[in-house]
Ligand binder design. Structure first.
Ligand code: PAF
Length: 291
């Protein structure tokens, strides 16, 4: 750590509320990046964005049990607070809110933030209750941290759509900014779960960005059918031996299949398993991308 301005580690809700009040004194703006921890360049790019736009930056590190199904990797999810604090320090984070499970859920919640039909499609179809857990913890974090701006990554495409919609529907006084996907050199989106991949799986995982490139290429060549575009992407994944959950072209905001011809701002979103690791990714059909 760099010493004198190391981030303040806050572990309780009252302390976080006090730290937030102090950070926002005199009209200063507080930016916020919620995370599950085990920080990587994707998270740190969100921190950079919050720092550009705000006077103070807080992050949260909390592996939220409510968004993991019983058969998912809640226990195995990587955790390393000291490493995270050091990375946060290097990027100039002011406050790290790292509550434990008891602090956030002293008893099983009775009240939840439940997404509507936007939460039933794509990831929501194979991960029932996942987005209920995400929206509930994000709402709780907003209520505790009270940020002016919160930055989310576009990699979690459906999550970003749902969080924006929740903030609007519930009149949460926070601006939500979505930041671009950060990728490895070969195009794989940076994710904490990439570390589950062994060498062979890591090589096969290149098919994930490759399938999105294929969809964009097909679009560039004139294919406008959402279903046909999805099939082109699916084929690349299947050829790499991935178990495809979905490859779908959708309208951002509604997550519905767009009418044909699919407009360029439609998003191709996918989820696929390489070995035991479930990876997600997405890209617009045309226009700017980090692919
Ligand atoms: O995207 C994540 O890391 C999590 O879903 C979030 C937003 C921190 C909620 O637990």
């Amino acid at each position: 750590m760099n010493g004198e301005d190391a981030p303040r580690l806050v572990e309780t809700i009252p302390d976080m509320r006090a730290a937030s009040l102090e950070a926002r004194t005199g009209g200063r703006r507080l930016g916020f990046v919620p995370t599950l921890g085990f920080l990587h360049e994707g998270h740190l790019s969100l921190v950079d964005r919050a720092r550009e736009r705000c006077d103070r930056v807080a992050i949260s590190i909390f592996v939220n049990p409510a968004q993991f199904a019983p058969d998912e990797d809640y226990e195995a999810y990587p955790r390393d607070l000291q490493r995270d604090l050091s990375l946060a320090d290097d990027r100039g984070v002011d406050i790290v809110f790292a509550p434990d499970r008891e602090e956030m859920y002293p008893e099983p919640p009775q009240a939840w933030v439940v997404p509507g039909s936007l939460g039933d499609r794509l990831d929501g179809a194979s991960r029932p209750d996942h987005f209920r857990g995400v929206l509930t913890v994000v709402a709780k974090l907003f209520n505790v941290v009270r940020p002016d701006l919160a930055v989310f990554g576009r990699k979690d495409f459906q999550q970003s759509v749902l969080v924006r919609r929740m903030a609007r529907d519930l009149n949460v006084p926070v601006e939500i900014e979505l930041a671009p996907i950060v990728r490895e050199e070969d195009g794989l989106a940076v994710s904490s779960r990439n570390q589950y991949l062994d060498d062979g799986e890591r090589r096969r995982a290149r098919a994930v960005p490759e399938s999105l490139r294929e969809v964009r290429e097909a679009y560039r060549e004139g294919e406008r059918s959402p279903a046909a575009l999805g099939r082109r992407g699916r084929r690349v994944l299947e050829e790499a031996g991935a178990e495809v959950d979905y490859v779908e072209v959708v309208t951002p905001d509604t997550l519905e299949t767009p009418p044909e011809p699919a407009p360029p701002e439609s998003v191709c979103a996918l989820a696929a398993r390489i070995g035991d690791t479930r990876l997600i990714d997405n890209a617009r059909l045309a226009g700017p991308t980090t692919l």
